[in-house]
Design a protein. Structure first.
Length: 363
């Protein structure tokens, strides 16, 4: 059976999929493989529009002048129009380019085809550098360092599906994109806002800031407590605080008590959080919540907890899936099967990550 026949990829005819990332992220290869999965698809390479300029071309070097910026916007507009043209003709248009910062939302606002999907490939900078150095093709970004572009990427507003592809082959990345296509879809209310030029920004937590963490529960009462921001790269948010309750809580497999330090990891694009727990005698383990992607508004960190949890002991010997009965009792699998599917997928992913003591995501 062909690779196309093995994988269902739910990007319908008439839609546009934007694939972005820095040089070395694998955009071209992934976009081509993705197009090959679909029965009728076109691969639009944004750099083609740059290379079409025979004379008078102004490259996007650091500190580029107004002419270079205008040509970049022209490139994006022409690519958006081309993607729309293929979509109108009944193709799934896969448009790949380096689109960073405010340009990502600007380009999404220019594309008229619906539905619109955005996928951002975001491997670690050192991985992208290694990949970029093995290529031998001019990109027009030769004067930029991977580190500089990666910094721009991390400051880009979160839109669509962001994937850390550091440990993935292109084929694995394509399979994950197909599996998580619904996460790549840009909501219509955002598209309406972007089409009229309303900016959407990411609130970054400054290190050392006091924040209010709120865990909104499906069944149990909400929990709120203060913590201190450690880092925020635009996606991965880390805060740290003490055990929020006055009395110890014995869960059978671990006891949380006064003096325990919780280092909590949240993501704007993942359906879980991971909380490292340390007591007087060292690391106790990791308590993980399945939750919707975290919402940051000023000093407020809000996690919509889905009442599915996982515990992993410090020695790696105990991994427990928790509260699955409560999640079923909440009625979510019946009233919102899409959310339930994501929640169980997140719990499965946490269980897999726990086997390696979360080194794949926490380092």
């Amino acid at each position: 059976m062909s690779e196309r026949g093995q994988t269902h990829c739910p990007f319908p005819a008439g839609s546009v999929v934007v694939v972005s990332g820095i040089m070395g992220a694998g955009k071209s290869t992934v976009a081509q493989l993705l197009a090959e999965k679909l029965p009728k698809a076109a691969h639009i390479r944004g750099d083609v529009f740059r290379r079409m300029i025979v004379s008078g071309r102004a490259e996007m070097v650091p500190g580029a002048d107004a002419e270079a910026l205008e040509q970049l916007q022209l490139r994006y507009r022409l690519a958006a129009q081309t993607a729309d043209g293929y979509a109108e003709a009944g193709f799934t248009a896969i448009y790949q380019d380096i689109v960073l910062g405010a340009d990502l939302e600007r380009v999404a606002g220019w594309i008229r085809a619906r539905p619109l999907f955005v996928v951002v490939l975001a491997p670690r900078a050192e991985v992208a550098l290694d990949r970029a150095e093995t290529r031998h093709k001019p990109s027009g970004y030769g004067d930029w360092s991977v580190e500089a572009l990666d910094g721009m990427l991390r400051r880009t507003p979160r839109l669509g599906l962001w994937l850390d592809t550091s440990a993935q082959t292109p084929a694995e990345t394509v399979r994950e994109i197909c599996r998580r296509a619904d996460e790549a879809a840009v909501p219509r209310y955002l598209l309406r806002a972007m089409s009229i030029g309303e900016p959407r920004s990411v609130d970054l937590l400054p290190p050392g800031a006091t924040v209010r963490v709120t865990l909104r529960k499906l069944i149990h009462r909400n929990v709120a407590y203060d913590a201190v921001a450690v880092t925020d790269d635009g996606n991965h948010v880390v805060v740290r605080g003490l055990w929020a309750e006055t009395e110890p809580r014995d869960l059978g497999f671990v006891t949380f008590e006064a003096g325990d330090i919780f280092t909590e990891h949240y993501w704007r694009d993942r359906w879980y959080s991971i909380k490292e727990v340390r007591g007087r005698d060292g690391l106790k383990g990791w308590y993980c919540d399945v939750a919707r992607p975290v919402v940051i508004r000023g000093p407020s960190v809000v996690s919509h907890d889905l009442d599915l949890d996982l515990w992993a002991s410090a020695d790696g010997r105990t991994i427990l899936r928790l509260d699955e009965d409560e999640f079923l009792a909440s009625g979510t699998p019946l009233t919102d099967p899409a959310t339930a599917s994501r929640a169980f997928a997140a719990l499965d992913e946490l269980e897999r990550l726990a086997r390696n003591r979360f080194a794949d995501v926490l380092g």
